[in-house]
Design a protein around this ligand. Structure first.
Ligand code: HEC
Length: 132
């Protein structure tokens, strides 16, 4: 009898602890989801896959005449990284100089095609698959 009672008490304590612990967690993750939703994927141009904003026409005019826009959308780089890719294309691939537009183009590339995608978790890193 004593034994059963202590199991019952232990169970009640466990349930209480669980209830206390899960509540704030759910609240926190809901807020997080809401803030991620606020950053929802920007509108993307269907033909090129490029994000559409006020710089989009500049990107179409300067970055899609030699190669597919996929080279851009599949790449991720910092502003410096994009800058050196542009330098490389200007030095070796016949890309023209942008003059005044370069900062705006770099802002666009770093914002939408920077190293970390906003609103999306990183890919899982699986070190080793286990046999089922
Ligand atoms: C004058 C032609 C030309 C224009 C315009 C041009 N590129 Fe390129 N770009 C190239 C060539 C050529 C390559 C090499 C393609 C290949 O390797 O298949 C290249 C490669 C790339 C790559 C891949 C680089 C790598 O390291 O793999 C990216 C990213 C890129 N371009 C982005 C851009 C962006 C952004 C713009 C506009 C600012 C742009 N390109 C405009 C010619 C151009």
């Amino acid at each position: 009898m004593k034994y059963k009672a202590s199991i019952l008490i232990a169970t009640l304590i466990a349930i209480t602890l669980l209830a206390c612990e899960t509540k704030p967690q759910t609240a926190a993750s809901t807020t997080e989801e809401t803030s991620v939703d606020a950053l929802v994927m920007p509108e993307v141009n269907e033909a090129t896959g490029l994000v559409m904003d006020e710089t989009f026409p500049l990107i179409i005019a300067n970055c899609t005449s030699c190669h597919s826009a996929k080279l851009i959308t599949q790449n991720r780089a910092t502003r410096e990284g994009w800058s050196s890719m542009i330098d490389w294309m200007q030095a070796t691939q016949g890309l023209w100089q942008f003059d005044d537009h370069e900062p705006q183009i770099l802002d666009y590339l770093a914002k939408y095609y920077g190293p970390v995608e906003t609103g999306r978790r990183e890919n899982l890193r699986v070190e080793e698959w286990y046999e089922l």
